[in-house]
Design a protein around this ligand. Structure first.
Ligand SMILES: Cc1cc2nc3c(=O)[nH]c(=O)nc-3n(C[C@H](O)[C@H](O)[C@H](O)COP(=O)(O)O)c2cc1C
Length: 197
């Protein structure tokens, strides 16, 4: 079992989202003691959006089905993971742009997905489960755009079938019982992980 933790908690160990992620990883380790867990800290990676030159180079290599270039390392790592845990704070109703750039790098035709004869994409990797962890300064309501977007992408293009999230809300609202909110979110995520089939 390969588990990948995509860490987009930009504020590092001070991040409330990161605190929830650490609890999730502890619970995951207890549930799957033999699993290999890799952590990819996006803040420490040189991940840029695709530009005309990098896109042209990538398209040429995709066409040749040559995925030996280091530019494909994120897609290859992602394709090997059965479970992907994504931790990202709620920014502009979604998540930090760094995560969007990472998504461009993992969405590689021939590594993580391919198009069938009917023109529809299907997954090529091992990914089954996405667990998305976020915290928001205010209420999220029905605007969990970051999770909704990842769910759309990973279920339609990459074959993921189990996609869920935990959020702690109102972390920046003055007077709100933030510690209690975080503790409740931690309890929920631990229970969800214990119940994974
Ligand atoms: C750049 C930026 C954008 C943010 N956008 C939103 C937002 O759209 N809605 C919201 O409720 N909170 C927003 N927040 C507040 C964060 O969601 C909140 O502080 C969150 O708990 C941060 O998590 P962290 O402690 O893991 O960094 C934003 C914060 C930053 C720094």
């Amino acid at each position: 079992m390969n588990i990948l933790f995509v860490n987009c908690c930009i504020r590092g160990e001070a991040s409330r989202t990161m605190g929830l992620c650490r609890a999730a990883l502890e619970e995951i380790r207890a549930k799957y003691p033999d699993a290999a867990i890799q952590e990819l800290c996006l803040d420490q990676e040189e991940i840029c959006p695709l530009h005309s030159d990098t896109l042209a180079r990538r398209n040429a290599l995709e066409h040749q089905k040559d995925f030996s270039d280091p530019m494909f390392r994120y897609a290859q790592q992602f394709a090997e993971a059965e479970i992907v845990v994504v931790g990202a704070p709620y920014w502009e109703y979604q998540f930090p742009a760094l995560l969007r750039c990472y998504i461009e790098h993992i969405s590689v035709n021939g590594v993580t997905f391919a198009y069938g004869e009917d023109g529809r994409p299907h997954g090529l990797g091992k990914g089954e489960r996405l667990f998305y962890i976020t915290t928001a300064g205010g209420p999220i309501l029905d605007r969990n755009c970051g999770f909704d977007y990842l769910k759309t992408l990973l279920s339609n293009m990459m074959g993921f079938t189990k996609l869920d999230y935990v959020a702690a809300e109102c972390t920046d609202v003055i007077g709100y019982p933030v510690e209690e909110e975080l503790q409740k979110a931690e309890a929920r995520l631990r229970e969800q992980i214990r119940n994974w089939d």
